[in-house]
Design a protein around this ligand. Structure first.
Ligand code: AMP
Ligand code: MG
Length: 309
């Protein structure tokens, strides 16, 4: 996708005025605002109906910018050089002189940061003199947006602009890793557990220092319809999501991948959930997803999406 410079200019204009806009990333679309501004970040919580206790991920262009706000060490630098820019979020300690709004961190001394890979958003970040707080661009608890029209579906004219970057390549949120206290994965995501876990250092630390995962409620990523998991035979009235082609297809069947390619399943999952809802199905069933590689993160999302209200 080519970068449309006049759209970047528009995005910069809105963000400089403390507005919230939609931005593309390789994981999912974000609802972005100036992370240094109380006024701008306040709007994110209101638009998303997001509980204040659920902190925001901050998106940076490069290390130089990050160093203004976060304490970093060699371990972080080595992970940064391996995985960034890319679908990984780090929880780090905030510097005292950081300009990050307290809204972003829920007044805590730690912050979640990420370096998105999407070239449109990298161009945008390069043209700003502040980092972007950007949680997923959806109303709290619902499914994330993976293209511009999904974001508009979520917020309508309540937001003024969505920067178009095509369909998100990964389709699933970033993997969150805490480097504060005991190093560990806090949320599974687009970067496989096996790729990152081997680099995390197990330390004996004061338990109080260990980060817990705020905001990952039982119900999350929900399309607002009942979901049944690990299904072989769907009920007649259900939309049935499959990960490989069946010989005998049916108009209720929706394929997440042709041949059990789990990367493809991740990419198509949210889009397909939105689609079957729009088609008017009242219930969804899903074939078993193998719990390997990215399948583990997909199953994490599906389990939360399937929680009964
Ligand atoms: P999302 O809505 O997909 O952007 O999710 C962001 C998630 O990042 C939140 O739900 C938190 O669980 C996590 N997070 C953000 N900031 C922090 C932080 N300072 N410490 C630990 N987790 C965080
Ligand atoms: Mg989210």
């Amino acid at each position: 996708m080519n970068i449309n410079l006049s759209n970047i200019k528009k995005a910069v204009k809105y963000l400089n005025k403390n507005e919230c806009i939609g931005i593309p990333t390789e994981t999912v679309y974000g609802l972005a605002a100036n992370a240094y501004s109380d006024k701008a970040t306040d709007k994110i919580f209101k638009l998303k109906k997001r509980p204040r206790k659920n902190p925001l991920i901050v998106h940076y262009y490069n290390l130089k910018d990050l160093k203004n706000d976060c304490k970093i060490d060699n371990q972080f630098l080595s992970l940064y050089s391996k995985f960034c820019p890319g679908p990984i979020t780090f929880v780090l300690e905030l510097k005292e002189k950081s300009k990050i709004s307290n809204n972003v961190t829920n007044n805590k001394s730690t912050i979640a940061v990420r370096f998105p890979k999407h070239k449109v958003t990298r161009k945008l970040l390069k043209n700003l003199n502040f980092p972007l707080a950007a949680p997923s661009a959806n109303i709290s608890k619902s499914i994330s947006a993976v293209c511009k029209t999904d974001v508009i579906e979520e917020f309508g004219n309540k937001i003024k602009f969505v920067l178009d970057g095509g369909k998100s390549k990964e389709g699933l949120e970033s993997t969150i890793v805490s480097l504060v206290g005991n190093q560990k994965i806090l949320r599974l995501g687009s970067l496989d557990r096996s790729k990152i876990e081997k680099y995390l250092i197990k330390k004996k630390t004061n338990k109080k220092k260990n980060i817990v995962m705020p905001g990952q409620g039982r119900i999350h990523y929900s399309p607002g319809l009942p979901i049944r998991l690990n299904i072989k035979r769907p009920k007649k009235f259900e939309a049935f999501l499959l990960i490989s082609k069946r010989i005998k297809s049916n108009k209720n069947f929706f394929y997440l991948s042709k041949n059990k390619n789990l990367k493809e399943v991740a990419k198509n999952l949210y889009k397909t959930l939105r689609k079957v809802k729009k088609k008017g199905f009242k219930q969804i069933s899903i074939e078993r997803i193998p719990n390997r590689g990215i399948g583990e993160a997909i199953n994490d999302r599906l389990l939360r999406a399937a929680v009964k209200k």
